[in-house]
Design a protein around this ligand. Structure first.
Ligand code: D41
Length: 682
């Protein structure tokens, strides 16, 4: 998209938001914020933009409404007590301020001077509903709506198996309104999306949307098939019973009545307790069976809640402490194609920058053509971007309501197609039957593959040529100075000093780094060649087995298959690489750069033949350094602790592996003990 198109798209979005707010103020809250003339001006500007740029028209645009409201099949329900909203806190400072406000408001009451007791619970990322029981029987269920009035979804709520149809009480109260959230468990979400895909239907972008779409179904059989869940978070109006005097007590009572409630509830003292709870809950977040977007803190004593009362439409006694959002919507401004080391073409979404999961995301891999087709992602679409924990950001799905109308009417117009020619070198793109990947057929003649191959060759874990960065490689390849890794060893200071931003001194340093890489062991050299399926471990096994490059070059597939942990596919790939004339020529040109010989145990320290497990962060050694030390001492590193483990080297934040080591009675070493031990002779 051009900057002008992006500007129009932004303006359209802005206008729609303003009009939607004005509509709510006018129709729902009965408190207009815009004059009729201002409203009309915005509306007409939007209509004009949409007429001039039909690609920006979407089905959810306010210009597409018939009359003022979208037609719906649900009956309105006025809540007996309004369903309040929750104020949000996004920082520790805001939580401290909340606690201060609470303490100040309670000054002069029985709760003054002491730490406030809070009930803490997860904040479910679902839809709030209210369920009314009359004489113990489920009588009516409603969505929250605007807090005053919601929609009658009684029949749909009845299909949720965890909602009791009858209260487990001998003498049920005349009326009891239970409030909670309807949500979809992650595994149910995965399942219904799988089913939708199998039927060729569209998938939901996240469990929350899936829950919303399922709850607001006119046919409750559809809702039933979706397996929604419900968790209670409080009580609305009651008649005919006396409730417990604390929030925690009321929740325990709801649990007795048969309602599902969060198991992660805790009662804590003071603001320190709140912040500890937040960290504790945050650590469980990704492993929980449903999505949460924060923690909710409520003053535990109901009488104190009453003293505190409300501001506007939110209680002063409660607050939602939010985690950074793991999902945001943004615009796909383009789909680029990247060509990787092995020629694989990867579509990458270029996104309007968006802050999600603690980082600004500007692009996301779309993996391959099948994935793009499955999710039907197009340039101009609004997509949901997800970044949970430390995993790389992904496009969860398209927000179809925001798709430009033109693309809805003419899908062929903008559907993504994989290019048939490599965008870098123009060679034909091949897609191997049964494989998702499309590849440029040009091999190392393609500059993109050449650059990646050289990058791989020079990287730290391969030949380790310090200072040979991406920009430099791009320049050297683009200028025709290097075509293969062998050309690196023919560079001179004069060539290097002629490059952009390269002084004599840095040219000399780089020359020294290239020289220093001569004589690296065969195992590193084999890894550096970038043979498909040959990672560091396989490279080590090959070096150990064959001992010399020439022996490997003459080995048959069968002989290669005899190497421990090398299967037929890997062996075939290695043999094919070695048979390829171009590769042979490059290896010949690199003679003298590697040194033959199996990786030898260099010392006869106590590591020989021992199995080590590394866990946690060591104070000074990186994981790779520790591993190198162990291997140099003739030991082996394993990924998990078992009876075969001899030593567990534990650093900060060592988790389950350390626990397992204790359980199995293995020897546990800290870094100092570990290094000392490897230095000692038996
Ligand atoms: O888990 C939730 N989403 C949640 C929502 C919760 N655990 N507690 C809540 N408590 C309240 C008050 C304190 C106002 C009774 C809530 C909500 N409200 C709420 N949900 C949607 C709007 C408000």
């Amino acid at each position: 998209m051009s900057p002008a198109q992006i500007k129009n798209a932004d303006r359209v979005r802005d206008l729609r938001a303003q009009i939607a707010t004005a509509n709510t103020q006018y129709y729902v809250l009965d408190a207009p914020t815009l004059s009729d003339a201002e409203y009309d001006r915005l509306f007409r500007e939007l209509q004009t933009l949409e007429t001039e740029h039909p690609e920006l028209l979407t089905l959810d645009s306010p210009t597409q409404r018939v009359g003022g409201k979208v037609a719906r099949g649900f009956v309105g329900v006025t809540h007996r007590l309004p369903m309040l909203s929750l104020a949000n806190a996004f920082s520790e400072a805001e939580v401290l301020a909340f606690d201060r406000r609470v303490s100040e408001a309670l000054a002069g009451t029985g709760w003054a001077g002491t730490e406030i007791e809070y009930a803490c619970e997860p904040k479910f990322d679902g839809l709030a509903v209210s369920i009314l029981y009359r004489h113990g029987l489920l009588a009516q269920g409603a969505t929250r709506g605007d807090g005053e009035t919601g929609e009658d979804v009684t029949e749909n709520l009845r299909t949720i198996r965890t909602i009791p149809l009858r209260l487990a009480l001998e003498n049920p109260p005349a009326e009891l309104e239970v409030r909670g959230e309807v949500l979809m468990l992650r595994h149910d979400f995965e399942r219904i999306n799988q089913e939708a895909l199998a039927r060729g239907e569209k998938t939901f972008v996240n469990p929350r949307n899936a829950a919303a779409g399922s709850l607001r179904q006119l046919d409750s059989r559809v809702t039933a098939a979706r397996r929604l869940s419900f968790f209670a978070y409080g009580i609305g109006s009651v008649e005919g019973t006396v409730l417990a005097k604390t929030h925690a007590g009321q929740m325990a009572w709801l649990a007795d009545l048969g309602f599902p409630i969060a198991s992660q509830r805790r009662v804590v003292p003071g603001v320190r307790g709140l912040l500890d709870y937040f960290a504790w809950l945050g650590a469980q977040r990704d492993a929980m069976p449903y999505a949460i977007d924060g923690a909710v803190y409520k003053v535990n004593a109901i009488a104190a809640q009453t003293v505190l009362g409300f501001v506007a439409r939110a209680p002063r006694f409660a607050i939602a402490h939010k985690y950074p959002a793991q999902e945001e919507m943004t615009l796909v401004e383009g789909i680029d194609i990247q060509v990787g080391r092995t020629g694989v073409l990867t579509p990458v979404a270029r996104l309007k920058p968006v802050f999600v999961g603690g980082v600004t995301v500007t692009n996301a891999t779309l993996h391959n053509a099948d994935e793009v087709a499955k999710k039907d992602i197009r340039v101009g679409d609004t997509v949901m971007v997800r970044r949970a924990g430390d995993v790389i950001p992904e496009v969860a799905g398209v927000v179809l309501e925001r798709r430009p109308m033109r693309d809805l009417l003419e899908p062929i117009f903008s559907a993504f197609v994989m290019p048939t020619e490599c965008p870098v070198c123009g060679a034909p793109v091949l897609r191997i039957e049964g494989e998702a990947a499309a590849r440029c057929s040009n091999g190392l003649a393609c500059p993109a593959q050449r650059k990646q191959a050289i990058r791989h060759f020079a990287q730290r874990r391969a030949m380790d040529i310090e200072g040979l960065g991406d920009k430099l490689i791009d320049q050297l390849v683009d200028a025709g100075q290097i075509k293969t890794p062998a050309d690196l060893y023919r560079l001179d200071v004069a060539i290097l000093a002629g490059l952009d931003r390269m002084g004599e001194k840095s040219a000399e340093n780089l020359m020294a780094a290239i020289s220093a890489s001569r004589g690296r062991p065969l195992s590193r050299f084999l890894f550096a060649l970038g043979i498909r399926h040959v990672g560091e471990e396989t490279a080590k096994a090959l070096a150990r087995h064959f001992g010399a490059m020439d022996t490997l070059l003459h080995a048959s597939v069968e002989q290669i298959s005899a190497v421990p942990d090398v299967g037929p596919v890997v062996a075939a790939s290695i043999a094919a690489f070695c048979a390829e004339p171009h590769n042979r020529a490059v290896i010949e040109a690199l003679r003298g750069v590697w040194s033959d010989g199996a990786p030898q145990a260099q010392s006869v320290g106590r590591g020989v033949g021992k199995t080590f497990v590394l866990t946690g962060t060591l104070p000074s050694l990186s994981r790779e350094q520790a591993k190198a030390l162990i291997e140099a001492a003739g030991g082996k590193v394993a990924g998990s602790v078992s009876k075969k483990t001899d030593f567990v080297v534990a650093g900060f934040d060592a988790g389950s592996k350390l626990a397992k080591a204790h359980e199995l009675g293995r020897v546990i070493l800290n870094e100092a003990e570990f290094t000392k031990m490897l230095e000692e002779n038996p």
